[in-house]
Design a protein around this ligand. Structure first.
Ligand SMILES: [Zn+2]
Length: 128
């Protein structure tokens, strides 16, 4: 099998996005862990918006590839999916899913208030 320069099989290019998200996540976790003198990381909780372009299954499998770095190799990844939510940019009234993206009260355009995020919500770690 051919490999791309970063070691990922070239045929799995659509997993590269999840892979780089996990690497960025891991960098933050390791920075937090070393700042607190942690000896192990038990669990990460991430929040993935419906419109983030992240496939939770691919994220989970990328995580199992990246986590073997000593501190995180026994850790688990919790993925919480959150739906897309739009609200009026003027009055804040929420626009129901599947509706026209315009406020039912004042007809101002709606804006996305959540659903495109990739958030590291929580790290559980062992601190001596
Ligand atoms: Zn409105």
């Amino acid at each position: 099998m051919l490999s791309s320069p970063n070691g990922l099989p070239a045929s799995r290019a659509n997993e590269v996005h999840e892979y780089s998200v996990v690497q960025a996540l891991m960098e933050r976790v390791l920075a937090e862990a070393s700042a607190r003198g942690a000896t192990a990381v038990h669990r990460l909780s991430v929040r993935i918006g419906e419109l983030s372009g992240i496939e939770p299954g691919l994220l989970a499998s990328a995580y199992t590839l990246v986590k073997d770095n000593g501190l995180c190799d026994a850790s688990e990844l919790d993925i919480r999916r959150v739906p897309a939510v739009w609200a009026c940019r003027d009055c804040g009234r929420q626009v129901a899913k599947g509706e026209i993206l315009r406020c039912p009260a004042c007809s101002a355009p709606a804006k996305l208030v959540s659903g495109d995020e990739i958030l590291l919500e929580r790290i559980e770690m062992e601190v001596p």
